[in-house]
Design a protein around this ligand. Sequence first.
Ligand code: NAD
Length: 360
Amino acid sequence: MRTYLVTGGAGFIGANYINYMFKKYNNEIRIINVDVLTYAGNLENLRDVENRDNYTFIRADICDRDAINKIFEENDIDRVVHFAAESHVDRSIVNPEVFVQTNVLGTATMLNAAKKAWELPDGTYKEGKKFLHVSTDEVYGSLPEDGGYFYETTPYAPHSPYSASKASSDMLVKAYMDTYHFPANITNCSNNYGPYQFPEKLIPLIIHNALEGKKLPVYGDGKNVRDWLYVEDHAKAIDMVQEQGRLFETYNIGGHNEKQNIEIVKTIIDILREELTDDDPRKAHLSYDLITYVEDRKGHDRRYAIAPDKIKAEIGWEPETMFKEGIRKTIKWYFEHQEWMEHITSGDYEKYYDGMYSKK
Ligand code: NAD
């Protein structure tokens, strides 16, 4: 039975990954989820798996060397899947230091602990051990509006403190592979969407505000382009890279699904209007009039677009969920889980949100 150490498993992608892995492997694997539970970590995301005998949650900080070493000493870890990070670009602009702390130093702690536990006296590693570092396409910088794609060979050019910290963590993983022959992979994925995403990110934010009749903030002219991937497709890609990919390689993961932010916002309004019944009072106010253009994000990258050619050619992974289907599933999920949304949009979130968007 393989034992996984998943970091950041109470967050958006980590929780979807854990849920996906238990659906796929059931009792064939064991998962230890290490998460310090920042504002973005939510154990409600793991309700479906929390009582399993082959699942353990440990509350710990990935920067806490002793705590992480102890987990490796007490468990024979076969796979590390490293999600834990500060992940929101806007927060990184306001408070960059915690991004360096968690994303760079935390990754160094994870690498050191795994190396210490797995390395043999002759400098090779115990059979079959693997570390996967989950990263973002934002490390590659911005593309022109009229074309081009990010490949695994595209030079890094991060612009925000978030992407700079993720780029630094990628470089550390690369250095461990090159210097110590450390058995790892890196994946760089485009924007994810789906259930359990914290409502500071575009899609859940717009769904939440639209249902509450609040303004829908859109940065700048709304024409920044991102590639969107359904989160379960990302979870599947991570598993496939770890089991079928070549060690020491980087794989780009993307949805072949470029959209302007304003298109996303309008699509959500259209679908919500279809889903709400005519006598639902929320439908009356739901229109494009709620869209409010706000001052652009500082250093806002114009366009991201991933070329997932390598993962397709070598591993046979392709996005399975078409955007139309994925966005409908996602909206339906938030619709049916309004209690989940209410729990996290009270208190601190409200304070954060109120200070965030200034009108143009
Ligand atoms: P998230 O913010 O929803 O979750 C992050 C999780 O990490 C939370 O549960 C949080 O409590 C935990 N965490 C934060 N600091 C920690 C620490 N010091 N110790 C232990 N746990 C800590 O993020 P997400 O959107 O799920 O992203 C997960 C990973 O995927 C990140 O590394 C991110 O860079 C990467 N990624 C995200 C996207 C995206 O669209 N969301 C796209 C590509 C890559």
